[in-house]
Design a binder for this molecule. Structure first.
Ligand code: AMP
Length: 274
């Protein structure tokens, strides 16, 4: 495995790769969710590039940029064992200059739900993903459904900018109790982790109701609210179609249920695709 830290070194290493290239962009503190993307990319491509970069432009003022977990050594070992060909871990200066042109998230889909609560987050996310896709020149890039809106916006960017890469959506990986894995779970105490189960429990409650043929969105949301009472604060429960338009009634095969809550001082998201 080549560990590269500069754009120039990445370009040089990339030139050596012939055939298909899978790419997994991450912010590090790798867990089994990241690993599932890495393993899938490994299986579906001849070569594999992983990036680890805590991207400052997608953090808002007052968010956890400085506190975000950094585990370079452990992450490097995970990538080595997973058969990664190139691990790209650049510095901020390597990725950005002072006065850059920017990419704006779409006016509606980029500014609802996560985009409403974290205005500007998706602009920064798209900016770094564009840079990383251009550098990796990947055949396929792998993104988790855990960040459903991110996945949708990256897919849209690739479409709108006619970029030559396939975006591959990957299933959410959870721990044995149902908590969706996230690098931010490390902020939680044990009690917090137990409380955080309310996210997946609320989605299970929605599934249960839908199985009983309860398709009314207002009814489903109220039941989910009761389960989410364990959280310090519920930021949103959204039931939308795949274009992120709010639904009044569940449409099987075209519905996402998304939740965002605060547990202790940590903001957590989860979702379910029906
Ligand atoms: P991050 O390091 O949080 O930026 O995540 C890097 C990639 O891993 C993104 O595409 C995420 O959606 C994905 N990811 C994070 N957590 C999970 C999970 N629990 N299951 C599946 N994918 C995940």
């Amino acid at each position: 495995m080549q560990v590269v830290r500069t754009v120039e070194a990445l370009r040089t290493a990339r030139k050596e790769l012939r055939g298909s290239v899978g790419f997994v962009p991450t912010m590090g503190a790798l867990h089994k969710g990241h690993l599932s993307l890495i393993q899938r990319a490994k299986a579906e491509n001849e070569h594999l590039i992983v990036s680890i970069f805590v991207n400052p432009t997608q953090f808002l003022q007052g968010e956890d940029l400085d506190a975000y977990p950094r585990k370079e050594l452990a992450d490097t070992t995970i990538c080595l064992r997973a058969g990664v060909d190139i691990l790209f871990m650049p510095s901020i200066d390597e990725m950005y200059e002072r006065d850059e042109l920017s990419i704006g998230a779409p006016a509606i889909r980029g500014y609802i739900l996560e985009g409403e609560k974290r205005p500007g987050h998706f602009d920064g996310m798209l900016q770094i993903v564009m840079k990383l896709l251009n550098l990796s020149r990947a055949t396929r890039a792998y993104f988790g459904k855990k960040d459903a809106q991110q996945l949708a916006l990256v897919t849209q960017m690739v479409k709108n900018y006619f970029m030559d890469v396939e975006i591959v959506p990957c299933e959410i990986v959870r721990d044995e109790r149902g908590l969706a894995l996230s690098s931010r779970n490390s902020y939680l105490s044990e009690a917090g982790k137990t409380k955080a189960l309310c996210l997946s429990k609320s989605l299970k409650e929605a599934t249960r109701l839908i199985r009983q043929n309860e398709l009314n969105v207002t009814t489903i949301k109220s039941s989910m609210h009761i389960v989410l009472q364990e959280a310090e604060r519920v930021e949103y429960i959204a039931i939308v179609d795949q274009e992120f338009r709010p639904l009044s009634s569940i449409e099987r095969g075209n519905t996402m249920i998304l939740v965002a809550v605060w547990i202790e001082k940590t903001r957590l998201i989860d979702n379910l695709w029906l």
